[in-house]
Design a binder for this molecule. Structure first.
Ligand SMILES: [Cu+2]
Length: 151
């Protein structure tokens, strides 16, 4: 008798598991995972100015450096290009499998420098390149962290 009950339940259980799997498979890619662009070999992003350890006024200019690839506005589908993002006081890199968020400064116009205003004290600056969809490259094209003292 217990075997009959088991047999009766099994197909329904198998069906719900299959449905669940289909739902997860269907939702996952669009919900959390973005397609990442392969980084061109030797691509390097760096902060030209300010230098590591520099003391700067509250409003100062940050100059972005890039070698091994080009700068293009966000949305432009051109090979081996991306646009800059400035990470300020970020302890950890943002998630690499989704577009960079609004908490990060985007330079989607293809800018190569920015005027930044920060409160006095120690701060860190780091650059990360994003592709046409604001998604970090694979592997990420990210600069060394620059430590500054704002007066
Ligand atoms: Cu962006």
């Amino acid at each position: 008798m217990s075997i009959q009950v088991f047999r009766g339940l099994l197909p329904a259980t198998a069906l719900s598991v299959a449905l669940c799997g289909a739902l997860v498979a269907g939702l996952f890619p669009t919900a959390t995972l973005a397609e990442r662009t392969a980084a061109p070999e030797g691509a390097k992003v760096y902060i030209i100015s300010p230098k590591d350890g520099e003391t700067v006024p509250q409003t100062f200019k940050v100059q972005f450096g890039l070698s091994g690839m080009g700068v293009a506005p966000a949305g432009a589908d051109l090979p081996k290009t991306g646009h800059h993002h400035l990470l300020i006081d970020l302890a950890e890199l943002p998630p690499l499998d989704q577009p960079l968020g609004k908490e990060i400064m985007h330079f989607g116009g293809g800018q190569t420098e920015a005027s930044v205003t920060l409160p006095p004290g120690p701060h860190t600056l780091q650059l990360m390149l994003g592709d046409k969809n604001h998604v970090p490259f694979d592997p990420p094209v990210v600069s060394e962290k620059v430590h500054i003292q704002v007066q």
